[in-house]
Write a new protein. Structure first.
Length: 278
């Protein structure tokens, strides 16, 4: 798993002097993924000389952590490992309005100085850097460790191992349809060897109820995951070529871990579960 043994993270003490060249399409895909709220907090974008971008952030309500890990782009050229401090929504809006998706832009800045984007014809865009203290960051200690077999563990509990299943991203999208049909702010996935389903609206007696069978691949043991209305936001964090996800759940944890299993760009989301009202 990419998070395991990651040498340099967005928390590492690397340069704030940036000299990077990439396409608008590549950069905007990361900025869009890092935008978790209507008015998001700034983020730290880590550029590596290996041609990769990482960003670890969380939403303002702290119900979701997102780890974009070493997304590699063939068009990305980085002079030295560095951090760019930006408001992801503002930066996305500005660069996609100013430049075409396939345009190559050079990004330059120094610590606490304006950020300049310039294309090959000389057209430029300047935005102000974010305040580092205002960035929503996920500290390294938040990252759940791995068992030697590659599965996630939960060291805060006496029994650190959880259950997991592998499921196609398209199957999880069925939950969005059930929520919309039932007009419910939640959807519950129940995974079992006897048959897995998602359902919404079933927590109340006199409401519309929607239920759909879902297919899974690997399943270690039966478990249930309850998503809030942020399921759409969660699924939108994964790159367009993501095929399969791994959901890992501990019975004592009020959250679920969702990792890319099949896809060229690895992402991990830790999401707080919906709470069933008594």
């Amino acid at each position: 798993m990419p998070l395991k043994g990651m040498e340099v993270t967005p928390n590492s003490p690397v340069s704030r002097n940036v000299k990077v060249r990439t396409t608008v399409r590549s950069l905007s895909s990361v900025l869009r993924t890092a935008t978790l709220d209507d008015s998001p907090a700034p983020v730290r974008l880590l550029f590596r000389t290996t041609g990769a971008i990482s960003v670890w952030t969380h939403d303002i309500a702290r119900t979701m952590q997102v780890y974009v890990v070493n997304w590699r782009f063939d068009d990305l050229k980085v002079k030295e490992d560095c951090i760019l401090l930006v408001d992801p929504k503002e930066a996305y809006s500005c660069i996609t309005s100013k430049f075409g998706p396939d345009e190559v832009v050079e990004i330059t800045t120094e610590a606490a100085q304006p950020i300049v984007f310039k294309n090959r014809s000389g057209a430029s865009l300047t935005i102000m850097p974010a305040d580092e203290d205002e960035c929503n960051m996920c500290p390294d200690r938040w990252v759940l460790p791995y068992h030697p077999d590659g599965t996630r563990t939960f060291p805060m509990f006496d029994e650190p191992n959880g259950a997991y299943c592998d499921i196609a991203l398209s199957e999880l999208r069925k939950g969005l349809s059930d929520m919309a049909t039932a007009k419910a702010p939640y959807v519950e996935f129940s995974f079992s060897p006897a048959g897995s389903v998602c359902q919404a609206g079933h927590w109340s007696a006199k409401t519309v109820k929607a239920r759909t069978p879902v297919d899974t691949h690997t399943l270690t043991e039966p478990f249930t995951v309850r998503f809030t209305e942020n399921l759409s936001t969660i699924l939108g964090r994964f790159s367009s070529d993501t095929i399969t996800l791994r959901l890992t759940k501990h019975p004592q944890a009020p959250f679920v871990v969702i990792d890319t299993l099949a896809g060229s760009k690895w992402c991990s989301v830790v999401a707080t579960e919906a709470i069933k009202e008594r």
